[in-house]
Design a binder for this molecule. Sequence first.
Ligand SMILES: NC(=O)c1ccc[n+]([C@@H]2O[C@H](COP(=O)([O-])OP(=O)(O)OC[C@H]3O[C@@H](n4cnc5c(N)ncnc54)[C@H](O)[C@@H]3O)[C@@H](O)[C@H]2O)c1
Length: 350
Amino acid sequence: MTTRIALCGAGLIGREHITLIEGHPGTTLAAICDPSPESVALAQKLGVPHFTDFAPMLDAVKPDGAIVATPNQTHAPVALACIDRGIACLVEKPIAESITSAKKIVAASEKSGVPVLVGHHRRHSPDIRAAKRAIEAGELGPLVAVNGMTLFDKPDEYFKAEWRTKAGAGVILINLIHDIDALRHLVGEIESIRAFTSSAIRGFEVADTASLAIRFENGVLGTFVISDAAVSPWAWEYTSGQALYHPRQPGPCLFLAGRKAALSVSDMYLWRHAEANQHWQHPLIRDYRPGDGSLTYVNQLEHFIAVIRREAQPLISARDGMATLAATLAVEKAAAEDRAVTLSEMLADA
Ligand SMILES: NC(=O)c1ccc[n+]([C@@H]2O[C@H](COP(=O)([O-])OP(=O)(O)OC[C@H]3O[C@@H](n4cnc5c(N)ncnc54)[C@H](O)[C@@H]3O)[C@@H](O)[C@H]2O)c1
């Protein structure tokens, strides 16, 4: 049985979704919806119907599933139209541009039972999966502290797309949201965040650099630094070798320390003592917990197919995606108001 998937938004990531769908034996591209003239030519080349509006496309094509890869502000109306028609959707991250919009998607999905998968692709990545397995198997013992980095240098041309320099984007909402989601997935729910942000390097209204102190509900403490204006090999985009547009630079970007052992991602070294009663005066043994070599975005598509067929619950539901968005927005609020901001206040505010 072939799963027919329609695409809303054939831009940068949308075209990657097309390649993935076309390359998968279990799926076909049912149609493209995008108002841009370039997308008309693309649909012609691919031999699929083209629409400029999502509602007529969903009604005419009746796809099994839909991918929402439109600008953030349009995720909610497109996702709601899919849910309304019983069509499972993969909504690119962030789930929406605001918690108010995200709440509408959560309510519609939960009331109707139509599944929404949010496109936090890292959860499908072999390194994050291996880390999750090690944590769940108790290999690290109870987690104590975590520390991570996303430090890379974007080219100036990247910021010619003005929306990337304005409120609602910047390194926090474009990139940090992935790190926050991975931390929530691996460590647990975030209780509160303190943060400093800076726009000193690029001079935009949005931050180019941020540092975070995080308290998780389970008592684990974490720190994280991020910048899109610093040269370094310490970012998941490099270390995982799984990103779509970046070279591989093997190494670590995330450090998870527990009572029994520590794990670094993406090099996947597990550090432990030889005996249970040993401590900081004993040498550590280095084991290896590699991923399975699978491809993150292919894994995400396969999971989405299972969600469409109602064979799996979304790994990142609308509610989960909303919490990741709330924690990410909490970073900006914490920095602006110079205080600890809780996830619960973010979710209650909207
Ligand atoms: N998970 C990832 O790896 C990843 C990577 C990049 C972008 N994204 C997310 O994907 C989304 C798209 O980002 P992008 O970089 O591809 O943007 P983009 O600007 O390159 O593409 C967006 C496309 O949507 C089209 N569009 C606009 N309004 C539309 C509407 N109402 N209906 C249908 N199409 C419409 C535009 O014409 C454009 O072709 C964003 O939410 C972004 O955060 C995710």
